[in-house]
Design a protein around this ligand. Sequence first.
Ligand code: 4NP
Length: 159
Amino acid sequence: MTRRVLFVCLGNICRSPAAENIFRSFVSDKSQDNAIEIDSCGTANYHEGKNPDSRMRQALQSRGYADEGRARQITEHDFTYYDLIVPMDRDNQNHLYALVKDQRERSKVRLFSDFLPNYQPIDIPDPYYGGSDGFLEVIALLEAGCPALLSELIPDRSR
Ligand code: 4NP
């Protein structure tokens, strides 16, 4: 049975497409790529149709990751289709909570930091207005959450 995870940030050009590419690489290395479907989106539509931010693309490439993606905004359908919906920070989590139709949809929303060792930091920092270090910091945090995220999706086989 395929499990489906959707990463969510504000613009879908920095953090969530990075999460998508990094987690895809992680599950592929564990030979779990047929079992998990991965996508990302934004709560906003400012960058609809755009590729990831060039600074994030460069940071992803420098760490050996794919840099794919086309920004899109979250839809009602996403809340039924995906098993796990993972916002990067509490602002986006609250935005998602405002969109859910019922408790079942709400229970799918899990902050990315739930999967970080020691749950730190609570928010994956928005790198958009900062320097290049911020993009590499985001990548390191996203990498740190991959093992627990895989365990959540496929409890038996991931560790
Ligand atoms: P993201 O970063 O939410 O990680 O994709 C941002 C992208 C764009 C903007 C803010 C954050 N913006 O204000 O346009």
